[in-house]
Design a protein around this ligand. Structure first.
Ligand SMILES: [Zn+2]
Length: 188
């Protein structure tokens, strides 16, 4: 069995690589680069998606929510028993909640999220045995490329914002600017 990250097999790596592809697509569309993939109990692909709250004007359009929705719709069942969800970033409170409702069996994630993570960072929701469903959880798979995508995205966005602010300052000073501001859509 080939394994690049401890405790994960080559299938895990392949599925997380697909999730990373989706994350990269998100970045190209001005969305925070997080991607997710959902498999059925037999390891077949049910859904894949990336974050899309900006484009969808939808605060709940996290990658995990989108794969759960897609799969539930196509299976015509809101219970997704036996499924495995791969996501490039540690899920937030909302997404962990949705996974519990959907009865996801296993969660594999990449980088931890110190700002919003509800699995190991801010909260340890999946260790709370008051919930009547358990999700087998493993983190840290391909965490480095996931974190690099996020870091690069926010770095570019910060620079873009500075360029936008400078263009506004120039316009306000009566200096004609052909640069445009262009980054309003990124203000999520
Ligand atoms: Zn989320």
């Amino acid at each position: 069995m080939t394994s690049t990250d401890d405790g994960f097999d080559h299938c895990d790596v392949a599925w997380m690589t697909l999730a990373l592809d989706y994350a990269a697509r998100a970045a190209g569309q001005g969305e925070v680069p997080v991607g997710a993939v959902l498999l059925d109990a037999d390891g077949r692909l049910l859904a894949a998606a990336h974050n899309a709250p900006v484009q969808g004007h939808d605060p709940s359009a996290h990658a995990e929510m989108l794969v759960l929705r897609q799969a539930a719709r196509s299976l015509r069942n809101y219970r997704l028993t036996g499924t495995t969800l791969y996501v490039t970033l540690e899920p937030c409170v909302m997404c962990v909640g949705a996974m519990l409702h959907a009865r996801v069996a296993r969660l594999v994630y990449g980088a931890s999220d110190p700002k919003a993570g509800a699995v190991e960072s801010l909260y340890h929701l999946l260790e709370d045995d008051r919930f009547n469903h358990r999700i087998l959880t493993e983190g840290g798979l391909l965490a480095a490329p996931s974190a690099v995508l996020l870091r690069d995205f926010f770095r570019v966005r910060r620079h873009g914002k500075k360029a936008g602010d400078a263009a506004v300052a120039m316009a306000e000073a009566g200096v004609e600017s052909r640069q445009g501001r262009g980054d309003e859509a990124l203000q999520s």
